[in-house]
Design a protein around this ligand. Structure first.
Ligand SMILES: [Fe+2]
Ligand SMILES: [Fe+2]
Length: 162
């Protein structure tokens, strides 16, 4: 059994992941205008991943015969002062998503909804990786922000980063 409360969290998480997709697209477009194409590509790839996360929850809810009530995410932030602000924002965003995923996992366990708990182990692991990448990127942008050659190098690296 999955309570209506847990169903609501799962539904909200579809919207949260789509919101992350939109936010990362907005970040990608900002970098594009700054001619930092590697960083733009990185965020565009992140947006694709977030879309996949949303669809993964949709598939799971269908398998579990749970109704999906799709809601729109809020508008993304589109104006930024610096690359560092964006990487800091991305880390903050991932930390927020980790909390949302943890809440689903915790409630699933409380309700003995083992199928939900097991499926969300994947998301828990994924969030660890997402936070590692976001922290790493923030640290790097802080190191290179005053060095144009290093910045361009980092930009080039991110174009092909996973
Ligand atoms: Fe995600
Ligand atoms: Fe993410």
């Amino acid at each position: 059994m999955v309570s209506t409360k847990l169903q609501a969290l799962l539904n909200a998480q579809i919207t949260n992941e789509l919101g992350a997709e939109m936010q990362y697209l907005a970040m990608s477009f900002w970098f594009e205008r700054e001619n930092l194409h590697g960083m733009s590509t990185w965020f565009r790839n992140q947006a694709i991943e977030e879309h996949e996360h949303a669809m993964k929850i949709v598939s799971l809810m269908n398998e579990w015969d749970l109704p999906i009530e799709l809601k729109s995410p809020p508008d993304p932030k589109t104006s930024f002062e610096s690359a560092e602000e964006i990487f800091a924002g991305a880390l903050e965003h991932e930390q927020k998503v980790t909390t949302q995923i943890n809440d689903i996992f915790k409630l699933a366990r409380e309700e003995s909804a083992w199928h939900v708990e097991v499926a969300f182990q994947w998301f828990i692991t994924e969030q660890v990786e997402e936070e590692v990448n976001a922290r790493d990127n923030l640290a790097r942008i802080q190191l290179v922000s005053n060095d144009t050659a290093a910045l361009i190098n980092f930009d080039r690296r991110l174009a092909s980063a996973e």
